[in-house]
Ligand binder design. Structure first.
Ligand code: EPZ
Length: 416
């Protein structure tokens, strides 16, 4: 079932509830390894990457039990320090287990994450800074082996505000001796959420929301029940679905401030939006071109770049999209051009000649957010668009078919 047919042009209506954030829960799940007390997480989204991370925890010896919308973890039974290749190869977020395993068990062996479609995605910032905390790091046969009888707090300056490195180092610092200061830390809302989770367990993290995060080492943690923030990228995607179909829909159960920059650009393009405490409502709007450059938070999020580019294909005038975070994140462009878009690429900049009505054609997903761009374009294109390799979508969009159908779209999974 990895093909989908979407009938366009679609008219949407009603409201859609946003799931809990994949990119908040993935590091939070890794942080479960820090504790030996019971942890309960609420409303974990049913996504492939979440399932993979839970399987990884179970492989390490953590007991996991689902109870309705609660998932109970007993990490007191943690029995291994090794995250093996078979699971890590399917999900680079497994690297988040390095920091927690190292600081709790004094050693860790985690398979090196492969690169992925959007870039090589090295982990040098993770490793050099763990070494600064006293870890002995050895790269052997595709594995990272880390040892340290006691990590020591110190000042770490990240060469780039890497989301994953910030998260790994925050978790490693929880049991380090003394204070760890992370300068030039990433400031994505998911980082704040991880910090709030760590503090809820009894860690001492301060500077939340700033680019200087301080972690005072502690000796032990306590039981906790926690629910992550709404998924801001899923939310941005549905807001753009409302706009690309000229519809009135309400996207709710997330914090609109987490996509302030995206909403700012959409309003500059002429989008009529109502922004509430925990929702954004779209209204039919005549959109015009814009220029965006992806940047670390609070700049324009790279994870919403593909979706915005799809929206720009129907806005009037020529838009410009510069991708500064990943080296190969325009794989949605040739597919969008198959649907009648007119997008030219020059290095890391895309020039989108808007105002062309899109027409259905068979297209193929290449990575998670590129897939979302194709969904948006298919909702606007006239005819039945056949989208192949939609398993990419299942990594980051919970119950996508159901949510789109409830909004009035005609979405069918096919086996063909
Ligand atoms: C997180 O990836 C997200 N994934 C990504 O979301 C997101 O695109 C990215 O942050 C940027 O916002 C999760 O949270 C699970 P980075 P991460 O470390 O941590 C370079 C999605 O669609 N870099 O901030 O891997 C790296 O190559 C996914 O949900 C180094 O050079 O992102 C990249 O060019 C895709 N060395 C840039 O920094 C390092 O040690 C940003 O990477 C680490 C990163």
């Amino acid at each position: 079932m990895d093909k989908m047919i979407i009938k366009g042009p679609a008219k949407l209506n009603g409201e859609v509830s946003i799931s809990r954030a994949k990119n908040a829960y993935l590091p939070i799940l890794a942080a479960v390894l820090l504790s030996d007390k019971k942890i309960t997480l609420k409303n974990l989204p049913e996504l492939r990457d979440i399932k993979t991370m839970i399987k990884l925890l179970q492989n390490l010896g953590v007991e996991v039990e689902k109870e309705g919308n609660l998932t109970h973890f007993n990490p007191g039974t943690l029995s291994s320090h090794e995250a093996t290749y078979d699971l890590v190869k399917t999900m680079r977020a497994s690297i988040f287990t390095l920091g927690p395993l190292l600081t709790r068990l004094k050693k860790a062996k985690v398979s090196l994450p492969g690169g992925c479609a959007i870039g090589t995605r090295p982990i040098d910032i993770h490793l050099t800074n763990l070494e600064k905390m006293g870890a002995k790091i050895n790269l052997e046969a595709g594995y990272v082996e880390a040892d340290c009888p006691q990590l020591k707090g110190t000042t770490l300056r990240l060469s780039f505000p890497s989301v994953g490195a910030t998260e790994n180092l925050m978790m490693a610092a929880v049991f380090a001796e003394g204070e760890t200061v992370i300068e030039n830390a990433a400031r994505e809302p998911e980082i704040d959420d991880l910090a709030n989770f760590l503090n809820a367990m009894g860690a001492k993290v301060s500077g939340i929301g700033s680019s200087t995060i301080k972690i005072e080492g502690v000796k032990e943690l306590h039981e906790v029940e926690y629910e992550a923030i709404g998924d801001r990228i899923e939310a941005a995607t549905y807001v753009m679905a409302g706009l690309i179909t000229n519809s009135e829909i309400t996207v709710k159960d997330f914090n609109p401030h987490h996509i302030d920059f995206v909403l700012e650009v959409l309003k500059d393009m002429g989008a009529k939006l109502e922004v509430g405490e925990n929702f954004v409502k779209t209204y039919p709007s005549k959109l015009k071109h814009a220029k965006i450059e992806t940047a670390p938070y609070p700049g324009f999020p790279t994870d919403a770049q593909a979706q915005m580019l799809a929206l720009m294909t129907i806005a009037e005038g020529t838009s410009v999209v510069a991708e500064h975070i990943f080296e190969n994140r325009f794989m949605h462009v040739p597919e969008l051009n198959r649907l009648g878009a007119k997008v030219d690429l020059e290095g890391n900049v895309a020039f989108v000649e808007g105002g062309h009505a899109l027409k259905a054609a068979p297209v193929m997903c290449t990575d998670l957010r590129a897939s979302a761009a194709l969904i948006l374009a298919a909702l606007s294109a006239s005819g039945d668009t056949l989208i192949d390799r939609v398993y990419h979508l299942d990594r980051g969009y919970e119950k996508l078919d159901e949510k789109l159908s409830k909004l009035g779209a005609s979405v069918k999974r096919v086996n063909e």
